[in-house]
Design a protein. Structure first.
Length: 295
């Protein structure tokens, strides 16, 4: 049996949908079953409740499990959450853990969450379990966070200057995770995955404009302006500070502008372009669906 964690979140739910599409049985760990109703109805998906921070709640989730896809929220407890799951999985007889992190994962990174992912990866690599790392670039869905101002002002506001990024489609990551969990030969390997193009924010705005048939502008703002807006929106101060550091690294050029086609090629996945993603989400970018506002 394969267990996927973090399945009420963005990437975890995409992975579960991929398993269902492939008609491959999978177990899905949730903290709160009431939030997982959409997953419960998918064929072959067994939803199990448990809290990764409380190993005593994980018995049923880990029973008979051979492989785990490890995902949880980027929050202050991410290291404790994921390391607790790794230790519980080992005790329960799990053989192999695939850890989802990010392309900038490094113990030396100034970006809090890249450092935390590296600490977890280090713990996993020294756990005695077989491991694989899947390291995606920025998710394309990050631009759905900009829907409120795209709808209201036909513009989005970020402090990225002329930095280029290589956003990747969640569905491509989900296909890669599915392949890493269901085919042999990936143990002890790290897979970087990005979108097929390095795009500036002006180019992203052009793609969104084409998809919705109306001009959308990118407006570069001062870092302090973004911090003020995020704090006013209720984002915790430590996250605002972490994102501010990430923005600075992006402006300086921290390697996130590098396209990584190797995982798509190795696993036989067709890379989704940002233009395709924007067309698929045209209703969201027009504010017609209401699904993604303020993601
Ligand atoms: N956004 C990006 O551009 C990007 C790029 C590269 C990598 N990443 C990484 O991708 C990862 C996942 O991101 P995401 O956007 O999918 O996160 P997300 O939407 O916040 O989902 C995380 C899920 O983890 C669950 N979770 C958290 N703590 C848990 C616990 N103690 N026990 C059980 N479940 C728990 C949450 O459950 P609840 O629903 O109950 O809260 C949630 O469903 C993060 O580690 C992030 O650093 C993100």
């Amino acid at each position: 049996m394969i267990l996927v964690t973090g399945v009420n979140g963005l990437i975890g739910s995409a992975v579960i949908r991929e398993f269902a599409r492939q008609q491959y049985p999978v177990r899905a760990l949730v903290r709160n079953r009431a939030k997982a109703q959409a997953l419960e109805t998918l064929p072959g998906v067994e939803v199990v409740e448990g809290d990764m921070l409380r190993p005593e709640t994980l018995g049923r989730a880990l029973d008979g499990v051979d492989r785990v896809l490890l995902i949880s929220s980027p929050d202050q407890q991410m290291v404790e959450t994921q390391c607790t799951l790794i230790d519980a999985a080992k005790r329960a007889g799990v053989r192999h853990i695939v850890k989802l992190s990010g392309v900038t994962t490094s113990l030396d990174s100034p970006f809090l969450f890249s450092r935390m992912h590296a600490e977890i990866a280090h713990h996993l690599e020294h756990s005695g379990l077989a491991w694989t790392q899947l390291r995606p670039s920025q998710f394309m869905t990050e631009y759905l966070r900009e829907v409120p101002t795209i709808v209201a002002e036909r513009a989005f506001f970020l402090p990225f200057e002329d930095a280029k990024l290589t956003p990747v489609d969640l569905e491509d990551i989900a296909k890669a995770a599915f392949a890493l969990l269901t085919t042999p030969g990936h143990e002890g390997k790290t897979y970087m995955i990005s979108g097929p193009e390095a795009l500036s924010m002006i180019e992203i705005a052009e793609q969104i404009s084409l998809a919705i048939g109306e001009a959308v502008r990118y407006v570069n703002i001062a870092p302090e302006e973004r911090k003020r807006a995020q704090l006013a929106a209720g984002i915790p101060a430590y996250v605002v500070d972490a994102l501010d550091v990430q923005s600075r690294l992006r402006r300086e050029g921290n390697g996130e502008e590098v396209v990584h086609p190797e995982t798509h090629i190795a696993l036989g996945i067709r890379p989704t372009t940002f233009a395709e993603f924007a067309r698929r989400h045209a209703a969201d970018f027009r504010g017609e669906s209401g699904h993604f506002e303020g993601v």
